[in-house]
Design a protein around this ligand. Structure first.
Ligand SMILES: *Cc1c(COP(=O)(O)O)cnc(C)c1O
Length: 381
């Protein structure tokens, strides 16, 4: 089976992990700040906080923004369930904003209309999470200015988008948001096996996220109440936190992968351009690339008629296609919370015709030709 996505591990990556295994610290050691510094440098953000998954990063981001009971979080239906679940972790309510039919990203017009309605009803969200689906940045200028106008905080779910840029600025620099979150799951752009990171330019938000990832415990005298007269053992718990720490083993892998990020991105772009031309004469819709951005190209989603049959034909031919995403609000859990099919028709229409073709750095041109041949046969059957 040709997988839709997979990790790319080099001998250098393996040596980096091995070096940590032979060192004094498997966790809470020097590899974490080194990895965080690499992410901050690459994204141009002031601070980076590495954790054990993007889900954890989204959770501590919401905590830092003080999302809680009585608050509302909005995200898009066209995402992985974690983007919505984190609102419930904080005791907030969750709602969705439909996507743009051309880009599959949060639709600023739908957001504007929903905000106007929510304002009249006195039910504005506290936090909005646009998702950089497939590696392409959402329309952050419009989303950010709508959010600012209503006093709403913004977290960019850039799980697909490390290395992407928007209007010439790296995703993660947060010019239009409070916090950006990356994922390092093996199918994403770089990997730490499991792992994630939050970036921000706000020192106070970074400080809160660092507390939240490690039990709410601090060893920073400036943050303590009773530092005077205590010994070297002393620490204080000053808030409620979790154990969301990344290990040094993962951070070393991540740091080694960061050195390969540009090579990964250009290979993904090469393969995507190749799909663009190989698929040009087929009856399907190829993903559009927004001119104001450079996508990390996590996914190559096409839209086809008769998706379920085409999907089965491709899987039958050994092509590991996938579908991103079943709209979050249509899952049984969310329907039990009052949502239903029909609530977000653009995301549902996209889903009904979506197939993600294999796209990863180890995909060969031969394999890509097999994918295209199988797709051509399925569409002509
Ligand atoms: C992968 C993903 C997540 C969750 O990432 P983990 O690191 O697996 O927790 C969240 N949002 C989106 C859009 C994702 O693709």
């Amino acid at each position: 089976m040709i997988p839709y996505g997979r990790q790319d591990i080099s001998e250098d990556d393996i040596r980096a992990v091995e070096a940590v295994l032979r060192s004094d610290f498997l966790t809470q050691g020097p590899a974490i700040p080194a990895f965080e510094a690499a992410i901050a440098a690459r994204s141009g953000a002031g601070h980076a906080v590495a954790v054990n998954s993007a889900t954890s990063a989204l959770h501590i981001a919401c905590m830092a923004l003080e999302l809680g009971p009585g608050d509302l979080l909005w995200t898009v239906p066209n995402t992985f369930v974690a983007s919505a679940n984190v609102g419930l972790y904080c005791g907030a309510e969750v709602d969705f904003v439909d996507i743009d039919p051309a880009t599959y990203l949060m639709c600023p017009m739908a957001l504007e209309a929903k905000l106007a309605q929510a304002k009249r009803a006195g039910l504005l969200p506290k936090v909005i999470i646009p998702v950089h689906f497939a590696g392409q940045a959402a329309d952050m200028v419009r989303i950010g200015s709508l959010a600012r106008a209503h006093g709403i905080r913004v977290i960019e779910d850039a799980s697909h988008a490390i290395g992407a840029s928007y209007q010439g600025v790296p995703v993660g620099a947060c010019p239009h948001s409070d916090i950006t979150v990356f994922s390092f799951h093996p199918v994403k752009i770089i990997t730490t096996a499991e792992g994630g990171c939050a970036t921000t330019n706000d020192l106070e938000l970074a400080r809160r996220m660092m507390l939240a990832r490690s039990h709410g415990v601090t060893r920073d005298i400036a943050q303590m109440q009773a530092a005077e007269g205590q010994g070297g053992w002393y620490y204080e718990q000053i808030s409620l936190g979790y154990n969301y720490r990344m290990t040094d083993i993962q951070a070393a892998l991540g740091l080694s992968q960061m050195a390969r990020l540009d090579a990964f991105l250009s290979r993904r772009h090469e393969l995507a351009r190749r799909y663009d031309s190989l698929l040009a004469d087929l009856p399907l819709v190829r993903p559009v690339q927004c001119p104001q951005g450079y996508s990390a190209l996590h996914l190559y989603p096409v839209q086809v008629d008769d998706r379920t049959r085409v999907f089965a034909a491709l899987r039958g031919a050994g092509i590991g296609v996938n579908v991103h995403y079943i709209p979050v609000h249509t899952h049984p859990f969310w329907r039990a919370r009052g949502f239903d099919w029909g609530d977000f028709p653009v995301a549902e229409g996209f889903y009904n015709r979506a197939i993600s073709l294999p796209l990863h750095t180890r995909l060969t041109e031969d394999e890509q030709d097999q994918v295209v041949a199988a797709l051509r046969a399925a569409l002509q059957a």
